[in-house]
Design a protein around this ligand. Structure first.
Ligand SMILES: [Zn+2]
Length: 99
């Protein structure tokens, strides 16, 4: 008798994921929810899924951190006038680009 031994069949199969019971969103989904997440518009399950993804995904995590900082910065920039030394530095940079 020949045929594949049963053990071969089981070995061919992928091992079940340890994180199987946790629904994890992918990067595409995470980026789609990014701004809702930042505006604290996500709640319950969606928020948890996002947190779980960020815990695991370095690139999305830094993306969120970047957007957070940018958001804070633009919010502050809208309220306060640009500091004069920063303005000077920007002008200096701009003038250095002139040909
Ligand atoms: Zn990601």
């Amino acid at each position: 008798m020949h045929g594949t031994p049963a053990s071969w069949e089981t070995r061919k199969r992928k091992p079940p994921s340890i994180m199987n019971e946790v629904r994890v969103i992918d990067c595409e989904e995470a980026l789609r929810r990014l701004f809702e997440y930042l505006d604290a518009e996500l709640r319950g399950e969606s928020q948890r899924e996002m947190d779980q993804h960020l815990e695991r995904c370095r690139s999305c995590f830094s993306r969120v951190e970047f957007e957070k900082r940018l958001k804070t910065y633009t919010a502050e920039a809208g309220r306060e006038p640009v500091p004069s030394d920063l303005e000077l530095r920007i002008r200096k940079v701009l003038s250095s680009f002139k040909c």
